[in-house]
Every structure is written in structure tokens, then in C-alpha cells.
Design a protein around this ligand. Structure first.
Ligand SMILES: Cc1cc2nc3c(=O)[nH]c(=O)nc-3n(C[C@H](O)[C@H](O)[C@H](O)COP(=O)(O)OP(=O)(O)OC[C@H]3O[C@@H](n4cnc5c(N)ncnc54)[C@H](O)[C@@H]3O)c2cc1C
Length: 399
């Protein structure tokens, strides 16, 4: 067992932290209040190799593994605690990996170089108005074979990056039914381009957090796609989705650890200098004990997250774990990290007193941002509990 970081991992963390603290942190409030990530920042991310770094070098990525991708996610969460930019990063890193792993070379060549260069956006569209947790039961979107291609119909909802894709082009990896009789064995992923697509209508919803990246939906009406847009094998989409969710949940864990740590450090600096009743706040155990608790919570979430990341790397490089073992570890990280981050930032807001309720400090952006993860993005909390309970108690007890 080895809990240390390799030289390469240490160097990568330092590099991303230096870059992110210098170039991204100063723009965090602007990202939240303007509701978009500046083009210049996207350009900087691309230059640093931080857009879909998990994609192979051939398509402009770095062929990065899960642990290294998680280190970047943590540092981006630390730098931009509204979490809009980390969302853009992690969606492209996790789902770009799946795209690279399963799409045809022709499709990868068409989509991925633009994504890694920051010229287009890659999103994931699984959720529908009728429900996100029960993909197998609630999915109505379907694709039927027609004239050698596919005809897609149906609506996706609560999807990240709608406005970004409309602006930049790219595609959303869209999960639809291709065999209605086969339950979860009847799903296929397609690359669906939203920009300038007359067979797609889009909507946007107004979120109360992570304002710099949009959430919305799209409706496909007789959208004809060539077979080239199919990602991987027909009827294997559900399995690719589960694999992508596992990767994304690890990156969410890391992002939440980064945001919580950034908030805690801000809080610690404040309580050291703020005097009350003649002493610094930090000298009162009513403040320092919760700080110690939160620091331990962050470390707990960090350990769960990086254990899952390490297992995922071991699965991909040495076949040392089965996907369901990694999915279990990722579910535990996703179950703990967002709640931990919310509670940490909420606690820090208390220490700041009235200042904690103003926009002087970025804490409120963090509170709003991390809540998206404990509500549902990349899987609701009860779904994490279901994955864990299924392994603990047994599949036969699952309702
Ligand atoms: C900001 C944001 C961005 C998102 N971006 C994307 C995206 O890019 N792509 C995408 O595909 N989706 C995205 N989602 C959707 C997300 O994946 C879903 O919200 C999530 O899967 C939950 O689905 P739902 O919202 O339909 O809730 P539901 O499935 O209706 O669940 C509602 C509640 O019931 C609970 N629940 C459900 N079933 C059970 C059960 N059997 N037992 C006990 N409790 C249960 C859930 O835990 C949840 O608390 C995003 C969501 C948010 C909030």
C-alpha cells in the first residue's frame, strides 16, 4: 500500500495549481455573475492541455489517466469554487474518455480535436423530463434504423452545456433506446450536434448555482443521423454510460474536495485575524473544533476519491478490478464529497459572520455550486446509496 504521490503527480498538481490560481481564480466572480466562461479562459485551458486531457494524443489530448485527471479536477475546484469551469472540465474529461474509447476513428477525428483545442464542446445527454435516475425505465428517446442511418426522436432535459454547444459546436453524447424490448441492453449512444441543427430545438433553464455553464434541454424531431454518429456498438450504450458516470463521479469527488479545501483555507485565514472578545476567533474551541472536523471530513472525501481514481487506473491499465468494484468506490466518493463540501462551506460562512452573507467572499458561490452535485448531477445521492447497498446486501434485495 502506498499513499504517496509520484513525482509526475506532484508536478502536475503544482503546474495546474499555479496556472489555475493565477489565471482562473481572479475571474471566478466574473464567471458567476456574467454566466459564462470567458473565451480567453477556454483558450488558456486548451493551451494548458486541460480540455479533455484524457483523450489520446492523436486527437489533441494527453491520454491522461483517472488519477491525474482527478488531480486537475481538485485544483480547478480549488481555483473556481462556483464550480462552473470545473463542470466544463469534468464533463469533457470523463465523457471525452468514453468517446475516445468507443467511437469510430472517423467520428473521433471529426469531434475530438475541436474539443481538446477549446473550439467545440462535448456534453452528455442521458436525463429526460420523465426522470434521470431510472434511465432504463424512464427513457423515451429512441432511434430507429432508416435508410442505412438512424432516425432519432425524443427530448433530453437538465443537460449541461447546451448554450456552450450552441455557441461552439461539437456534440452531446446522447443516450437513446434502440431496442425497446431489451431494457438496459437496448440503448445506444449517438453524437448529436445541436448547433445549426434544424431538427433540434433547445431550451435553457435558470439554475441557482454554477452560473458560468448552462443547463437546458433539447428535443429531437425526426433527426436523421448517419451510422457514423453512432458511438460504439449498438445496444451497448447503457454500459458505456455506467462507465462514464463512474469516471465523472470520481472527478466530482475531486472537484468538491478542492472547493471545500479552498473554502476552509479562506475561513482559517479569517478566523486567525478576526478578533472577538479580545482574542482571535481561531483561539475559541467553538470555532477551532468545527475547523478540525471539517479538515478531517475533507481528508476522508479525498481518500475515498483517490482510492476510486487509483482503482479505475488499475482497471484500465492492468485489468486489476471489475467495473462494478470501481463503480462502488466512485459511488462512495460521490456520496460523501458533495455533502462534505456543502457542509464545509456552510460552516465557513458562519465564521465570516455578516461578511459570509455577502458576495465579498466567494463562499456563497461554492455553496450554490456544490449543491448541484448533492441534488443530482451525474447521479442523485440515493442512486449512490443504491449502488452501495446492492453490493453490501445483494442484488436480490434491490427494489
Ligand atoms: C445542474 C445539473 C446539471 C446536470 N447535467 C446533466 C447532464 O449534463 N447530462 C445528463 O444526462 N443529466 C444531467 N443532469 C441530470 C442528473 O443526472 C439528474 O438530475 C439525476 O440523474 C437525477 O434525475 P432526476 O433529476 O430526474 O431525479 P429523479 O430521478 O426524479 O429523482 C428524484 C429524487 O428521488 C430519488 N430517487 C429516485 N429513485 C429512487 C429510489 N428508487 N429510491 C429512493 N430514492 C430515489 C433521487 O435520489 C432524487 O433525490 C444534471 C442535473 C443538474 C442538477
Amino acid at each position: 500500500m502506498n499513499f504517496g504521490w509520484s513525482k509526475e503527480e506532484q508536478m502536475w498538481r503544482r503546474t495546474v495549481r499555479d496556472f489555475a490560481q493565477k489565471k482562473i481564480t481572479p475571474r471566478s466572480r466574473e464567471i458567476d455573475s456574467t454566466g459564462h466562461i470567458p473565451d480567453e479562459t477556454i483558450h488558456d485551458l486548451a493551451e494548458m492541455g486541460l480540455l479533455a486531457p484524457t483523450v489520446s494524443e492523436e486527437y489533441g489530448g494527453m491520454g491522461m489517466g483517472v488519477t491525474m485527471a482527478a488531480i486537475a479536477a481538485e485544483e480547478l475546484g480549488r481555483a473556481e469554487i462556483s464550480l462552473a469551469l470545473p463542470v466544463l472540465y469534468l464533463v469533457e474529461a470523463a465523457w471525452g474518455f468514453i468517446f475516445d474509447r468507443y467511437a469510430s476513428p472517423e467520428l473521433k477525428k471529426e469531434i475530438l480535436p475541436g474539443v481538446t483545442a477549446g473550439k467545440s464542446f462535448l456534453g452528455i445527454a442521458a436525463t429526460e423530463p420523465g426522470g434521470g435516475s431510472d434511465i432504463s425505465g424512464a427513457t423515451r428517446c429512441k432511434a430507429e434504423q432508416k435508410d442505412g442511418g438512424w432516425l432519432l426522436n425524443g427530448e433530453k432535459m437538465y443537460i449541461s452545456g447546451i448554450r456552450e454547444e450552441l455557441k461552439m459546436g461539437g456534440c452531446h453524447m446522447t443516450l437513446v433506446r434502440t431496442d425497446p424490448s431489451a431494457a438496459h441492453r437496448g440503448f445506444t449512444f449517438f453524437a448529436v450536434p445541436l448547433k445549426d441543427n434544424p431538427f433540434v430545438t433547445t431550451t435553457l433553464v435558470e439554475d441557482w448555482g454554477r452560473q458560468g455553464i448552462s443547463t437546458g434541454g433539447f428535443n429531437m424531431e425526426n433527426l436523421q443521423l448517419s451510422d457514423k454518429n453512432r458511438i460504439g456498438e449498438a445496444n451497448r450504450g447503457f454500459y458505456y454510460a455506467m462507465e462514464g458516470f463512474t469516471f465523472a463521479r470520481i472527478l466530482i469527488g475531486a472537484t468538491c474536495v478542492g472547493a471545500a479545501d479552498a473554502g476552509l483555507q479562506m475561513g482559517v485565514s479569517y478566523i486567525k485575524q478576526r478578533q472577538s472578545f479580545g482574542h482571535p476567533l481561531a483561539s475559541y474551541q467553538g470555532i477551532s473544533f468545527p475547523a478540525a472536523e471539517r479538515s478531517t471530513d475533507i481528508e476522508t472525501a479525498r481518500l475515498l476519491t483517490y482510492k476510486a481514481a487509483w482503482m479505475a487506473d488499475e482497471m484500465y491499465t492492468r485489468n486489476a478490478y471489475k467495473h462494478k468494484e470501481v463503480a462502488l468506490a466512485a459511488a462512495m466518493a460521490k456520496l460523501r464529497a458533495p455533502v462534505m463540501a456543502f457542509e464545509t462551506l456552510n460552516e465557513v460562512a458562519n465564521w465570516l459572520g455578516a461578511m459570509g452573507y455577502t458576495k465579498e467572499y466567494p463562499i456563497e458561490m461554492g455553496i450554490r455550486g456544490v449543491r448541484s452535485y448533492s441534488i443530482g448531477a451525474e447521479g442523485a445521492m440515493n442512486i449512490m446509496r443504491m449502488i452501495i447497498a446492492r453490493e453490501l446486501i445483494g442484488e436480490e434485495y434491490k427494489q
